[in-house]
Write a protein that binds this ligand. Structure first.
Ligand SMILES: [Zn+2]
Length: 156
């Protein structure tokens, strides 16, 4: 762990074959950290949550933007029609932050979303995935800090 990093919770072992910790993140508020070495190309965790339609997700997104108090959303695109909202029934994968040079990648298998390791991840490293927001949606500034940062979470 990095100095001064505070771990506040553990992800339940039934959700991952690896020890995963939730703690303060230098990228954004909270993040998920490897509690042990994760070899390359391993299934790390499933992204779960409430399955909603694209249109319902747009309505939720607008409501969140308007409300001002809860400015966070945890959507993961399953297909053209379906979105998984990780804010309800999430494994903790919804807390994994975006990076333009991530150590995880997403794979969709039979209606499920899984995160796999792109490379060997050392204990203490923060897990990250490229959110790949559409270039046509609201622009989100990226603070991933990677030398490969493209400046926004959106694709160019
Ligand atoms: Zn970035």
């Amino acid at each position: 762990m990095k100095t001064g990093q505070r771990i506040i919770a553990k992800i339940e072992p039934r959700f991952s074959p690896f020890l995963l910790l939730i703690g303060r993140s230098p990228i954004d508020r909270y993040g998920v950290f490897a509690g042990e070495t994760i070899p390359r190309n391993q299934r790390v965790i499933e992204y779960t949550g409430e399955r909603i339609t694209n249109r319902a997700a747009v309505r939720r997104f607008r409501r969140i933007l308007r409300s001002g108090r809860r400015r966070r959303f945890y959507f993961s695109v399953l297909s053209r029609r379906w979105i998984i909202d990780g804010s309800l029934g999430g494994t903790g994968a919804e807390l994994i932050n975006h990076s333009c040079d991530p150590n995880l990648f997403r794979r969709r298998i039979a209606g499920h979303i899984f995160y796999y390791s792109r490379k060997r991840i050392r204990s203490g490293e923060e897990l990250s995935v490229d959110y790949r927001y559409s270039k046509d949606t609201v622009r989100c500034k990226c603070r991933c800090g990677s030398p490969k940062c493209r400046g926004t979470i959106n694709l160019k």
